[in-house]
Design a protein around this ligand. Structure first.
Ligand code: SAM
Length: 241
């Protein structure tokens, strides 16, 4: 699906959903409107392989902040394809999202690789909603409540860890100017350095999610220290070890 933004409304809708409507449980009508504005498609906010009307009918709900921050199917699927083309399916792989949000990106990549998944989210309201949503779709409980750094106290015991990185973009992103990887919260280079110092698996990759539409700045802050091993729609992959 081609993503087409409503340029006049994207930044103001994002500011609303990250601001006063941050913890509002969105109606189906709200979700359809977000899809229309941010993707050009009323069905654009599909998650967990389900169109909005289907997930909403099953009792899945999204908070305002998660609807705009999370990685919907339209973005998660091409990323999962890129990672799968690089790694294929192999034994002993874990997929980790240190900033899990909806858990959707982590689940898409893990399903493609037949891998285990583990996510962290520090916002209790987001975590509780995601935990409830994942139960509805029958996914194994895979998102922990906690700060991203707490993952390293109890990591997956796997040979290969694939970190999908999509921390809050905050003021590092606008639909008008694009995404600055060095100004996300925390900055992507800092997350990568922490993983390099703390991860104990034999092989370790980081999949950096970025906007598939707007310009992306400071990619070299990540790809100068670590080899770029794949890139695709909305992401690139570096080998950390
Ligand atoms: C951009 S969203 C993640 C989207 C995710 N990839 C998905 O598939 O939905 C970022 C998430 O990080 C969480 N977060 C913010 N600061 C955090 C921290 N210090 N540790 C863990 N999670 C954090 C936020 O609550 C938010 O849900």
């Amino acid at each position: 699906m081609q993503i087409t933004r409503d340029r006049g409304r994207s930044d103001s809708l994002r500011a609303q959903l990250l601001g006063p409507r941050r913890y509002e449980v969105l109606s189906l009508g709200d979700v359809i409107e977000v899809g229309r504005v941010l993707t050009g498609d009323p069905e654009g906010m599909a998650f967990y392989g389900l169109a909005p009307s289907a997930w909403y009918a099953r009792g899945i709900r999204l908070l305002g902040r998660t609807c705009v921050e999370a990685t919907p199917d339209v973005t998660a699927r091409p990323i999962a394809r890129t990672v799968h083309a690089l790694l294929r399916r192999r034994e002993g792989v874990g997929v980790v999202d240190l900033f899990a949000g909806s858990g959707n990106l982590m689940l898409h990549v893990a399903q493609r690789l037949s891998a285990r998944a583990c996510g962290l989210d520090a916002d209790e309201a987001v975590w509780a909603q995601t935990d409830a949503n994942l139960r509805i779709i029958g996914a194994p409980p895979s998102v922990r409540l906690g700060d991203w750094l707490s993952y390293f106290n109890d990591p997956l015991r796997v040979d290969t860890t694939v970190y999908v990185l999509s921390p809050p973009w905050g003021s590092a992103f606008s639909f008008a100017t694009g995404l600055d990887l060095a100004r996300t919260d925390p900055p992507i280079p800092q997350i990568v350095e922490t993983i390099a110092a703390s991860d104990r698996s034999t092989r370790c990759y980081a999949v950096v999610q970025h906007t598939p539409v707007e310009p992306v700045h400071n990619v070299s802050a990540v790809t100068d220290p670590y080899p770029l091993v794949a890139s695709g729609q909305g992401c690139f992959v570096i080998s950390i070890r």
